[in-house]
Design a binder for this molecule. Sequence first.
Ligand code: HEC
Length: 140
Amino acid sequence: MSTADLSSGSLFPAAIRATSPHRVLGRFAAVVCIVLAGCGDNPPPALGGDPDNGRLLLRQFGCGSCHRIPGVAAARGNVGPSLEGVATRVYLGGVLPNTPENMVRWIRNPKQFDPETAMPDLPIAEGQARDIVAYLQGLK
Ligand code: HEC
């Protein structure tokens, strides 16, 4: 093959034509993905918790007496920070890197991570904390 063959450009249009059916398929796959959900925008709840039960538990444990919590009735407390956007916060309580696992630990034993915090250790079971975190992870 001569240099002239390579530089003529004739190979490239053919290559583009060859990929276009794949692009169409790719778009189709993206649409199917969005229709079926579970892709990208709607990941499964963190740690397998139940966000609906989490919302009920946030009420039962009275978290709203200290926190504003979007979507939780009467949760307008101003002792602690608003939990709006808590899923995207960098540190919990300013000390603990924010991951779903750490949020479970913080909710069960905040004083373990910050002995001075005004947030009390509450008798919350691991599974209950996972449900709460599943709800809070939706607050972005
Ligand atoms: C007596 C008030 C009080 C109660 C009740 C309370 N918290 Fe808190 N919470 C706080 C305070 C104050 C902070 C800030 C902690 C710090 O910075 O030291 C906090 C921090 C947090 C954080 C970390 C937020 C961040 O941006 O750092 C989460 C998550 C949280 N609380 C969830 C809960 C949940 C869930 C409940 C109910 C089970 C609850 N809290 C009950 C006072 C409270």
